[in-house]
Design a protein around this ligand. Structure first.
Ligand code: SF4
Length: 372
């Protein structure tokens, strides 16, 4: 794909101006937030935005409806909370990691420490601040949960010593000790071979060109069954689905009170490690999460449901898709599939792979192209 301009992916310092005000996206490498950082974000949303925290398909957090002075105050608060460790790199710290890694006994290797090391090494390389804001790193702990996220540079754990370094459909076996350096070397090689492209997949033969620059001989990527994260208890973790990925003040406050840390997933949910919090010896519903509208049951109507911003936040939207979601969901035949509601044909934030497509039109909603 030929690009003619730099990407305009929003950040905290480069805020997108939406109809409802400034939209700031806070990168959260590995999805990992301490509960005090979550509370900083919550208070910032209350004081500077519309009060909500949106969870994105890359495990980041967005604040909307910022006023003219909002971005400066927000960046000051985030800097003080350790959420802006490098101002030049703030938009390029796009690092996904398997959210249950190290918590449920299903990891071939715990990738969360690798995500932290990768983030620090990324911020230490000034040249990588030039990466597009859409460039994505992913660290899969071997369970295949990130197989569908379309990362530019990915790693999948094989065991506690080795992993597959993945570019496109090609993979090469590497040692964990080399992983951060190799992932960053691949990103540097992308900057060297690209023209204006934002993603490796947009560069003709991009993956092969990069592998050659790295001196690596790759083979065809072996398939992995992609797994799906559902709400509920998984080993030493509680997975909490956030309806439409939009945390209210009450919900964010309830989560920030569990203590320890939370992990934002790319699927509009949050993982609470129960072995490091006050939840260890209590039933999840005792923590007050359900009382504020969060979901801890895997069979909820909200499981796997996403929506774009819609009205009133987006000028292109033909409907308030978020407001309409609760009314529409019971009418849909899902058969376990994901559902995405869009206010126009751009379908922002749609999930990868198969999903039920709910699209607003001038005369009402279409579901997979047919009138509801
Ligand atoms: S899909 Fe359309 S209506 Fe929804 S956020 Fe994107 S541009 Fe706006």
């Amino acid at each position: 794909m030929a690009r003619t301009e730099a990407d305009r992916c929003p950040g905290v310092l480069a805020v997108h101006q939406a109809v409802d005000g400034g939209l700031a996206r806070v990168r959260v490498p590995g999805g990992r937030l301490t509960c005090s950082q979550l509370d900083v974000l919550r208070l910032a949303a209350a004081d500077l935005g519309d009060g909500r925290l949106e969870l994105t398909s890359r495990g980041n957090v967005q604040l909307r409806a910022l006023g003219p002075d909002g971005p400066r105050e927000l960046s000051d608060r985030l800097y003080a909370a350790g959420l802006l460790p490098s101002l030049p790199h703030e938009r390029v710290r796009n690092i996904l990691a398997s959210p249950l890694s190290g918590l449920d006994g299903q990891s071939a290797y715990d990738v969360l420490p690798v995500a932290t090391a990768l983030d620090q090494a990324l911020c230490d390389r000034p040249a990588l601040a030039a990466l597009p804001g859409r460039f994505l790193f992913a660290l899969d702990d071997g369970r295949g949960d990130l197989a569908d996220v379309r990362a530019d540079v990915a790693v999948r754990a094989l065991d506690d010593r080795t992993a597959l370094l993945i570019l496109g459909a090609r993979a090469v076996r590497v040692q964990w000790t080399d992983v951060p350096d190799l992932m960053l070397a691949a990103a540097e090689a992308f900057l060297a071979v690209r023209d204006q492209e934002w993603r490796i997949a947009e560069v003709p033969d991009g993956a092969q060109l990069i592998l050659e620059r790295l001196g690596l001989e790759a083979e065809e990527l072996p398939p992995v069954e992609s797994t799906r994260l559902t709400a509920g208890v998984h080993g030493a973790a509680l997975v909490v689905t956030v309806p439409l990925g939009s945390l209210t003040q009450e919900q964010a406050a309830a989560l920030s009170q569990v203590g320890g840390e939370v992990r934002v997933t790319p699927w509009r949910s949050v993982v609470v490690p129960t072995d490091r919090t006050g939840l260890e010896d209590v039933r999840p519903d005792d923590a007050g999460l359900v009382d504020v509208g969060l979901v801890i049951a895997p069979d909820s109507v909200w499981e796997g449901v996403t929506a774009c911003a819609g009205q009133p936040g987006c000028a292109k939207a033909l409907a308030d898709v978020r407001g309409d979601a609760a009314r529409l969901l019971p009418q849909l035949t899902r058969r376990g599939r994901r559902v995405h509601l869009s206010g126009c044909e751009r379908r922002c934030g749609k999930p990868a792979g198969d999903f039920v497509d709910v699209l607003a039109g001038p005369d009402g909603y279409l579901v997979n192209g047919e009138r509801l």
